[in-house]
Design a protein around this ligand. Structure first.
Ligand code: ZN
Length: 370
C-alpha cells in the first residue's frame, strides 16, 4: 500500500505530528490532489486548541488523529471513475465545503446550506455533519488529499499555488458581492478593509467594476498600504476620530451613500462599529455581513424600512464562484499580486502556526507547502 506524509493532530491543544499514513485513493467522482500549498490563518490555531469547543460549542471537529488544513491548492494526481472535466496534471484549488449530497439543499447544489455541512480539514457546522469526516478525512496539511471533482477550481497558469490557497478568504468576499447582486459602476464600503476577509472583498469589488471602494480600519499605515493597491478607486478612513463613516461616505458620493456595505469586522469588534458602517448604505442599498461581530446589534427596526435597505449575510462561496475568480485572475482583473507569501515546509508546520499571531494582516499569506 502506498504511503504519504501528513501532519496529524493527536490531541487537541498539542502539536501536529508528521506521520506516515496510507495514501488515499479516490472513489468514483473524486480526485486525488498532490498538495502544493495549504493556507493557514490564526483561527486554525483556535480550531486545533483545547478551548475551541468553549468558544464554539456547535462547531464540532473530526475524531483524532486527524489531518487538518482548510484551503489547499495543488495538482491533480489521479482521478476516480466518472470524472470528466479534470485530468491528471491540472492545477486546482480545492473548495473545502462539503455537503451530504442528498438533502434538499445538496440536491439543489447548495452544499453550503447542508444540515450536515462540513469544511474538510476544519470543522463541522452540526453534530450530524461529523460523520462526513469519515468520507473526507484528508485536510490540506498532507502530501495528498481527496476531494469530489465538483469541489475543484481550475487555476490558470498565472495564479501561483500560494495565491490559489488564498481563494477561500477572497472567495468569501466575492461570494458576498455576488449574493448582494453588485453591479459594475457601484460603490462599496468594506468595514475592516485591512483584514484577511476585508482585503478579499476589496479586490473582488475592484475586479467586479466598483468605481469606489471605501475602506475603514484602525491602523493608518495598513490603510495607506490598502489605498496604494488602487489609489484612484480606494478611499480609506481611520475610525475612532471625529468623522463618522456614514458622513464620510455621503460626502464622497454626492450625499447618496454607498450602494453596498460589506461588514468584515473580526471577532471582538463592537456592535457600534458594525452599525456605524451600516449607516453608510444608500437608500435602497444592500448591507452584507461576512464578519464575526458577536455583540447584539441595537438600532431602531424602522431604520431598515426608512433606508429601504436589504440586510443579508453570506458565508463562503461555491466552486463555480471560485472558478469565476480564477478566470478573473487569469485575465488580470482580479489582482492577486498584493499578497506577501510566507512559505513553510510541512516539517515546519508547528513553527508556521506559532508565527501566526495578532500582527498578521490581510496582506500576509501564510502557506504550508507539503
Ligand atoms: Zn446535504
Amino acid at each position: 500500500m502506498a504511503k504519504m506524509i501528513a501532519a496529524r493532530l493527536h490531541k487537541y491543544g498539542g502539536p501536529l505530528h508528521l506521520d506516515e499514513v496510507e495514501r488515499p485513493e479516490p472513489r468514483p467522482g473524486e480526485v486525488r490532489i498532490r498538495v502544493a500549498a495549504c493556507n493557514i490563518v490564526p483561527n486554525l490555531k483556535n480550531v486545533l486548541s483545547d478551548y475551541w469547543q468553549d468558544l464554539f460549542p456547535h462547531l464540532l471537529r473530526p475524531k483524532l488523529p486527524a489531518i487538518f488544513g482548510l484551503d489547499a491548492a495543488g495538482t491533480v494526481d489521479t482521478v476516480g471513475e466518472g470524472v470528466f472535466a479534470f485530468q491528471p496534471g491540472m492545477r486546482v484549488y480545492v473548495n473545502p465545503a462539503r455537503g451530504c449530497g442528498d438533502c434538499r439543499h445538496c440536491r439543489n447544489g447548495e452544499y453550503l446550506y447542508c444540515p450536515r455541512g462540513i469544511f474538510q480539514g476544519y470543522f463541522s457546522r452540526t453534530p450530524e455533519g461529523v460523520a462526513l469526516f469519515d468520507f473526507y478525512p484528508t485536510g490540506g496539511l498532507g502530501e495528498y488529499l481527496i476531494a469530489p471533482a465538483d469541489a475543484l477550481v481550475s487555476l490558470p497558469d498565472n495564479v501561483s499555488f500560494e495565491a490559489g490557497a488564498r481563494f477561500g478568504y477572497i472567495g468569501t468576499g466575492y461570494g458576498a458581492l455576488v449574493k448582494a447582486r453588485m453591479r459594475p459602476g457601484e460603490t462599496v464600503v468594506v468595514n475592516g478593509i485591512g483584514g484577511t476577509l476585508g482585503l478579499g472583498a476589496a479586490i473582488s469589488a475592484l475586479a467586479m467594476g466598483a468605481t469606489k471602494v471605501f475602506g475603514t480600519g484602525r491602523n493608518q499605515s495598513l490603510l495607506d498600504r490598502v489605498k496604494a493597491v488602487d489609489p484612484d478607486r480606494i478611499e480609506v478612513l481611520a475610525v475612532g476620530g471625529d468623522t463618522r463613516i456614514g458622513d464620510w461616505v455621503r460626502g464622497l458620493t454626492a450625499g447618496y451613500g454607498a450602494d453596498l456595505v460589506v461588514d468584515a469586522l473580526p471577532p471582538g469588534a463592537p456592535a457600534s462599529a458594525w452599525m456605524e458602517a451600516a449607516d453608510a448604505v444608500r437608500v435602497g442599498g444592500t448591507h452584507v455581513d461576512i464578519g464575526a461581530v458577536n455583540e447584539p446589534l441595537t438600532f431602531p427596526g424602522y431604520w431598515i424600512k426608512a433606508r429601504n435597505a436589504t440586510i443579508i449575510g453570506s458565508r463562503w462561496f461555491t466552486a463555480a464562484e471560485g472558478q469565476e475568480m480564477a478566470e478573473m485572475a487569469g485575465a488580470g482583473t482580479l489582482d492577486l499580486s498584493i499578497f506577501d507569501h510566507h512559505r513553510f515546509a510541512l516539517a515546519d508546520v508547528n513553527n508556521a502556526l506559532a508565527a501566526l499571531h495578532g500582527e498578521v494582516r490581510g496582506f500576509d499569506n501564510f502557506v504550508v507547502m507539503p
